[in-house]
Design a protein around this ligand. Sequence first.
Ligand code: S3P
Length: 441
Amino acid sequence: MPNHIFINKRIKSFNKKIKVGSDKSISIRSVLLASQAVGTSKISNLLESEDVLNALKIIKKLGINYKKKRNFYYIEGFGLNGFNIKKKTTINAGNSGTLARLILGLLVKSKFVVKLTGDESLSKRDFSRVIKPLKLFGVNIKSKNNSLPIEITGTKFLRPITYDENIGSAQVKSCIILSALNTPGTTIINSKISRNHTELMLKSLNYPIKVKKKVKVDKIFINGLKQFKSFEYNIPGDISSASFFIVLTLLSKKSQIIIEGVNVNKSRIGIIQILNKMGANIKLKNKKLYKGEEVADIHVKSITKLNSINCPSKLNSSAIDEFLIIFLVAAKAYGISKFKDLGEMNKKESKRLDLAIKFLRLIGIKVERFNNDINIHGNPKIMLSKNFEIMNFLKDHRIFFLSCIAALTLGGKWKINDKKSANTSFPQFLKILKFLGANIN
Ligand code: S3P
C-alpha cells in the first residue's frame, strides 16, 4: 500500500452528520489513571490511534493487564504505584509528547530504572520542562541535553513542591499533578491556563484536588497519598480532529455539517472563538455535562466572506493544536490576520510555526514573521492550479490533515506524503473525507 495520496479535485458541496475520533488527551489520561486505580476500570470509545495504543503498550510493559471486549477496554489497576516490574525496563512513547510527559509523573516512585524512548520526532523535543519539576520532587533523572532517551528512577519520599507552570502547557501541569499523587501538599501556580482534563478526571474520582481561580492565575492544590477506585469513562469526540472538518465546511461551497458528541471544554474551544470572530457562525447545540467535561454537537455552515483577525494571544493555549488549520482560514480571509507569541507551535511533533509559514508561502500567501508573531495577508480569491508535493519529513499528523483540507478547498494537484501519520491521532480521517464525497486516490 502506498504511503501517499493524490488529491486533484475540490470537494463538492455536502450536507452531512459525522462523528470524529475520540479525544486523544482524554483517552491517554483515562488509560494512565486506570492503571493507578484499584480494580478494573471500563473505558468506552477509547481512541484507537497510535498514541493511545502506545499508552496501552506502556502500562502493559509496566505490569498492568487490560483486555478489549466489543467497544470497551477493561484495565486492571493495583493502585498508586501498582506497576509491577522486576528489572530495568524500557518503554516507548512513540510520537506522543503527552504520553511521554505524563508517564514520567507515574514513575516517580519506581524502584527500578525505567528508560523512556520515543520516535524521531519525539526524540527532538525538549523535556527540560518536565525534568525541572521532577528533580524538585527529588526524582532521579538521567538524560543528555534534556531529551529522550530519559532514565528515571523513583524516590521513596517525594518532597511536595510549589511550582509556577508559566508555559501554559497541560502536559507539564499534568506531569506535576500525577507526580503529586504520591506526596501530600503540592501547589501548582497556573499562570497560563491550559487544558484541564487531568484535574476534571481526578475531581470526578473524588480526589482531593482543588482549583482556586484567582484574578490572574489559577492555583491547584493536590493533597496526594490518597487512593482512588476504578471507574467508567465514555470518551467524547476530539475537537482537534473536528477542527479539520469545521474548516473544510467553512471553506467549501454551500455545505453544512453536524459533528456529534465533541468535547467542548472551555480550555479547548479557542478555534471556535477565533473562527466566529472571523465571521463564521459555528454553533454548539445539545450541550451536556459529563464528569465535568462539556460535550456538544458542532453545527457549521460554509461562509462566503471571512474577515481577518487580530488574534488575542490569551486564546493561544486553547487553540494550540488548531493554529495550522486556522491559518488556512486566514489565508482566505479579507485583510491581514495577526497572530502573536506562537513559539510553542515550534515545540510540537514538528516545528509547526516554521512549517506553517513555508506552507502558506508555497500556496502563494504573503506571510510576515517577527520572531514568534506572524501576519497573514489573506487572499479571498485564492484558487490553486499548480502541482504541489508535501513531504512531511517528521511525519506530523496535523501537517497531513492540513494539506488534505487545503487541497480539497483551494484546488491544485496535490501529492501528500505520509498518509500513515493520520494513525497518530485520527485513523478514520480519510474515510470520513470520502464519506463527505472527497475524491482521494
Ligand atoms: C496536550 C497538551 C498540548 C497539546 C497536545 C496535547 C495534552 O500540549 O499540544 O497535543 O493532552 O495535555 P502542551 O500542553 O505541551 O501545550
